[in-house]
Design a protein around this ligand. Sequence first.
Ligand code: AVJ
Ligand code: FE
Length: 440
Amino acid sequence: ASSPGTAAPRDRAYDALTAARARTALLTDCVDDGELTAQHSPLMSPLVWDLAHIPNQEEQWLLRAVGGLPALRPEIDPLYDAFRHPRATRPSLPLLSPAEARAYGGQVRDRVLDLLGAARLAEGDPLVDSAFAFGMVAQHEQQHCETMLITHQLRSGPVALTAPEPPRAGADAAGLPAEVLVPGGPFTMGCTPGDEPWALDNERPAHVRSVDPFFLDTVPVTCGAYRRFVDDGGYRDPRWWAPEGWEQIRRHGIGAPLFWRREGGGWLRRRFGVVEPVPDDEPVLHVSWYEADAYARWAGRRLPTEAEWEKAARHDPVSGRSRRYPWGDAEPTPDHANLGQRHLRPAPAGSYPAGASPLGVRQLVGDVWEWTASDFLPYPGFAAFPYREYSEVFFGPAHKVLRGGSFAVDPVACRGTFRNWDLPVRRQIFAGFRTARDAG
Ligand code: AVJ
Ligand code: FE
């Protein structure tokens, strides 16, 4: 365990890039070419698109922007521009074949490692200081690994991926208090390159926020708790729903989380090709923001704001300082959190006592992305870096913020300040939630 300052930036970049490529290989070598080029869902790209988009971004940011090298294959840039082609249309593009995509990825990576070995990484240029661009590219690849895992979850057919089960919750899990009081007052939200060198633009700058005292669920909402909402007729009662959410569930006939199916008196779910009983003690997954919001209202509660979430995750009441993770400043280990696709499911609620926050909140990082009440907006003093299309074009009321990271995200793309966002109708992502209420 170390803070980011302990490992030399070059070594940290090498390790992060290498780990990301191993994950990409694992997710794409386990299926045949037909499966790589098929569209498993109109919501997702074919896997072969991700397989070439990853090195295309790597080439643009590292070989061209940092290295000043000429384009290897300029003609393919438009094919892999996510803004130019919506996901549903990507299978009809003249994409690289799986073999071509792998060869291109290898060519780019060989040159990137040469560049990393030779580059001066502290010249007062924010793109290369602390190997930022290399870290950004590693995070980008790992984010696409999470996207590719979503594609695997949506695909049907024989099982392609397996992983060991997460550890069972400890003996103390059953006795945890339902909620924790988070004191009101100021705390530092966001970060600077000094304390989090690979933070992306939307996490910056650090600034002081104040929240009123509030109660927060100790653990994410479980499948068992959510099932009570379903069985209570929650999806048939407009009182609980935001108007747009009510319209969505009516129009699409939604009555339970995605991948759930009623069978006899109980509920089954499909997970990476296996059908199994819905596990009551596991954090609920595959609910939209509207479903999370409706559950919270039914429970007499609400979603936490993004600032509340970050205060619960980072504020140390003893020192008054904001830390990198709920457990402190040390990088995540397998004892802290369920991250990095080590397991293909969330761990039971109440797991990971070593990852608890100072106030005792569990599983803030890892397991499931957590919907917050907040729109995705820039922090005061935000500056787009290095490109507007990473964050800035998504700011506004259309997207809701998710925090904390799922079992599917690598630690390199997950920390107390990390901000994810998506449309409130989105259900295929590895998202759950926890609830809050005002104190006093
Ligand atoms: C931050 C997860 C919303 O997947 O759309 C990938 C990350 N940006 N390629 C996404 C991203 C460009 C992004 N999210
Ligand atoms: Fe991308």
